[in-house]
Ligand binder design. Sequence first.
Ligand code: ZN
Length: 283
Amino acid sequence: MKLIRFGKPGQERPGVELESGEKLDVSSFTTDFNKDFFTNNGIEKLKEWLATNDAPIVNDLERLGCPVSNPSKIVCVGLNYAKHAEESGMSVPEEPVLFFKATTAIVGPFDNVMLPKNSLKSDWEVELAVVIGKKASYVPKNDAMDYVAGYVLHNDISEREYQLERQGQWVKGKSCDTFAPLGPYLVTKDEAPDPHNLDLWLKLNGETMQSSNTSDLVFDIPTLVSYISEFMTLLPGDIISTGTPFGVGLGLTPPIYLKEGDVMELGIDKLGVSRQKVIAFSE
Ligand code: ZN
């Protein structure tokens, strides 16, 4: 199943996208795709409900939002593709590098990305993100996939000066408003039975910048879920972004960074395509 949220920012309603591309409004089944929905086995119950109930069609012109409502956190994994570690001038880590991204950075898959005030080094990162389906604490690797609800396409926008040239943690360069376009939909894990063999790509103004496959992940999804759950409790709806492959702007000679008017288009097999236009800062 593909879960969507549609409507104006902050007023999104839950829906599903069918194989045909048609979208259905399921707000008479659930108020939202939030922590309670995932906690209460909402995906299975929604599937059953859809088999016997008619849901109204969603107009194709409706804006799409992030398919998960109010995740408690976004945990990101750094340097999780070997060639990306190399282009960043860093070595492949011996255990996962983790950092946070503020949830206030979340926007919809086709919303604009706004350059931060005085930003000169904003960059793109296509990533497969995992959505947690049930509360996870000290989860053994062998059981880790039981805690996964599904997957979503993420553009982990990053301001490299804030991330790397200012003091302290990467979180500074990852959390600006609009820096987490998520969607178009949450693909439930049954629809992507092998998440470790999916092509992922990103184009800037029509030119391919990133093109790789999730088979190149250094630490796979069960390893990440298990590892992160050693250090914090993951709640239903939480998002783990698994890292970006080679081909970011930072790694080019000379580097290329985002500017007003640029268009990023990105996609992952089975997880759909998103597109964001870059706009200048405004209050
Ligand atoms: Zn990233």
